[in-house]
Design a protein around this ligand. Structure first.
Ligand code: C2E
Ligand code: CA
Ligand code: CA
Length: 640
């Protein structure tokens, strides 16, 4: 028996260990578990050598001692398998209790294996007419292989069952590790004089190290700080352990370096990074080009450290500390008010994009209520995504009455979402969020498509319906492809554009006027018409109406209401009506709920009335029934 191969394994592992300890590391449970596998493998190789020696000198040591050592080597093989299983479980069972429970079972199994190995007999296979031992065999070896096999099968089972929890890299690495072990033991089984199992263990460690555990993969190359992947792993672990921690985000917006001359910026940036690298009781991460995150796991010193850091920034940078850099600060004294790494990152994004927060003050402490708001918003996003994917976006129609024709001649399409329990969610609950994250583009297109389907499905002309009004969000108005998208939808449904009237609001024009006007131009050329919604809510700039190529002005409910409450408002509204009529535009009065309100609006010469007085927004089929009823004059007493 020779020990050269084992010695190679030891050298390989020592080299890896040297690299491992000389790198900046973050305290991760997976890394600890990796060290477990490393230690078990290293020990296994050492004992392998010792046992070869013991067998060699069995005449001196006595047979039982030599066999005891040889069996100990078998036990260490089990140790490697157990440590590998633990390494897998740390990643899968982030909850400490579940992990511990699993490991308890495996440890018990290992213990049974150890007892079996020592209890079962072990035989030598001799060569040279009994002078040399070539290899060992017998029940003790079979117990080892059997147990190891059980653990390996369990690892494969976990890899397959929990595949969503394990990233692909880890899966590949562990499969490769298993493959190396299995191939090596097969070779050793077939060519009994090649003792390579322990060496294969060292190679396996190298695979894990290179693919998964190289601490360098957690570092940001340009700064030497930890990177965003490390941040994610580390905070995920803290959340799983339910440990509270504090986090400071230092955000360098464009304005941060405005007091520093351009040629000095890079030097100062490096100076800041140097400083961040040295902060005590904390890990510093570079999360994005302009964003650094500092995690304090020691809650007692966190506040103090944050103060120190801010003081350091206030004292200036550069050669004579004369240059001030003004980042924005976002501090979470208790980061466990959120419960997931993803939400923590989302929260930073969210607060960063909520410009109001940062222009008001440069130091922002995140409290529980802002987190709750974000939670609610995330729920809404989920609701929206779910609804859009599962065809649970619905369109309700609210009839609009024409005072001149004394019948319903149009309707407004209003979006609704049906949640997973079948309850209707009104737009007030999700439009803002959808606008904020851009989902409104998809939602708006879905609504438009549904309205087009509705128009082709029913004989609107027969009901005296002239067109459907559809809301356009500010975001849609500023979207360059809107006109083309909508024209494509109308073409695909072969819709006559005369049935379409799009409602825009005043805020749409101030934001992205150029895009809006070009969208409007294209759509109008195609035959679509426009209304101006919510008149009377914003600045209600009358000049604005002059600029905008709309056919209809929609008076907001608040405007009609104040007409009845306030003397001055009366005059304003009358003047507005006069002017709008002078421009040959039509008016829709919204939010009309009573007969009296209706009568007043009709007397004022308003051509169209919308409101609960006629009907609330109705689901498609109910709306059609409503139209049929009003056409036949049946039962519908509300039509004047
Ligand atoms: P809006 O465009 O001003 O729509 C009129 C809102 O007033 C509707 O609320 C309607 O149900 C309500 N309403 C109508 N008559 C009365 C009344 O007599 N009394 C009272 N109290 N309310 C009345 P809804 O359906 O909840 O929609 C709210 C807002 O959501 C809409 O205001 C609109 O800004 C937005 N929205 C609705 N559907 C869409 C859509 O498809 N796309 C976009 N971008 N926004 C939409
Ligand atoms: Ca509207
Ligand atoms: Ca409106």
């Amino acid at each position: 028996m020779h020990i050269q191969i084992q010695c190679c394994g030891i050298i390989l592992m020592l080299v890896l260990f040297y690299f491992y300890v000389h790198q900046k590391r973050i305290s991760l449970d997976t890394q600890k578990a990796f060290l477990g596998v490393f230690g078990a493998t290293f020990f296994c190789i050492i004992i392998d050598i010792v046992s070869i020696g013991a067998i060699e000198y069995r005449h001196v040591l006595t047979e039982p001692i030599a066999k005891f050592v040889a069996k100990t080597y078998l036990v260490t093989l089990l140790g490697v398998a157990l440590s590998a299983l633990s390494y897998m479980c740390v990643d899968i069972y982030t909850k400490r209790e579940v992990y511990q429970k699993q490991m308890r079972v495996y440890r018990l199994m290992t213990l049974a294996g150890v007892v079996g190995i020592y209890a079962a007999p072990l035989y030598y296979h001799y060569t040279n007419n009994g002078a040399d031992v070539k290899y060992t065999y017998g029940p003790s070896v079979y117990v080892t292989y059997g147990m190891a096999l059980i653990f390996f099968v369990r690892i494969v089972y976990l890899l397959r069952k929990e595949k969503v929890k394990i990233n692909t890299r880890r899966k590949e690495a562990v499969y490769l590790w298993l493959f190396i072990w299995i191939v090596a033991s097969q070779i050793q089984f077939m060519y009994t004089d090649i003792l390579i199992v322990a060496y294969a263990g060292a190679i396996g460690i190298m695979v894990l190290y290179l693919k998964l555990e190289n601490p360098e993969t957690n570092l940001d190359r340009s700064t030497g700080l930890f990177n965003s992947g490390a941040f994610y792993q580390y905070t995920r672990q803290l959340f799983a352990k339910k440990e509270d921690f504090a986090m400071l985000a230092i955000i360098f917006e464009n304005t941060a370096y405005q007091h520093v001359s351009l040629n000095k910026r890079e030097t100062i940036r490096m100076q800041i990074v140097e400083y961040l690298l040295k902060i005590q009781d904390a890990y510093s991460f570079k999360n994005a080009e302009d964003e650094y995150l500092i995690v304090f796991s020691n809650m007692e010193t966190a506040d103090k450290r944050v103060e120190e850091i801010r003081r350091r920034f206030a004292s200036g940078w550069g050669e004579y500390n004369g240059d001030t850099v003004k980042p924005c600060w976002l501090y979470l004294p208790h980061a466990n008010i959120v419960n997931q790494a993803e939400i923590l990152l989302y929260l930073i994004r969210y607060i960063r994009h909520d410009e109001k927060t940062f222009t008001e003050k440069d130091f922002y402490c995140v409290e529980k209520d802002s987190v709750e708001k974000i939670h609610r918003e995330r729920e809404v996003v989920q609701l929206l995504l779910d609804a859009m994917e599962n065809n649970r976006v619905e369109v309700f129609y609210q009839p609009i009455f024409s005072t001149s024709e004394h019948s319903i001649t149009s309707a407004e399409a209003l979006v609704r979402i049906r949640d997973s329990e079948g309850k209707i969610v009104p737009p007030g609950a999700f439009i803002d969020t959808a606008e904020k994250n851009g989902m409104i583009l998809r939602l708006g297109a879905i609504v438009f498509e549904k309205v087009c389907e509705f128009i082709t499905k029913y004989p609107l002309d027969r009901y005296g319906m002239q067109y459907i009004e559809i809301n356009l969000s500010v975001i849609q108005c500023g979207y360059e492809n809107l006109a083309q998208d909508y024209i494509d939808i109308m073409e695909s449904h072969k819709i006559d554009p005369k049935y379409i009237n799009l409602e825009i609001t005043e805020s749409a024009s101030t934001n992205a006027k150029k895009t809006l006007l070009s969208n409007m131009e294209d759509l109008m050329q195609y035959g679509v018409r426009f209304s101006l919604d919510d008149f009377g809510t914003g600045q209600s700039n009358l000049n604005y109406i002059v600029d905008m190529p709309v056919d209809i002005i929609k008076f907001d409910k608040s405007m009609t209401n104040s007409y009845f409450e306030n003397g001055k408002a009366k005059h304003v509204m009358e003047a507005a009506i006069h002017m709008i009529h002078g421009m040959n535009l039509e008016i829709v009065s919204e939010g009309i709920e009573t007969k009296e309100q209706y009568q007043t609006m009709e007397d004022l010469g308003i051509s169209h009335i919308q409101g609960y007085y006629f009907s609330k927004p109705l689901p498609e089929e109910e709306f059609i029934r409503f139209l049929e009823d009003s056409l036949h004059g049946n039962e519908n007493k509300s039509l004047p």
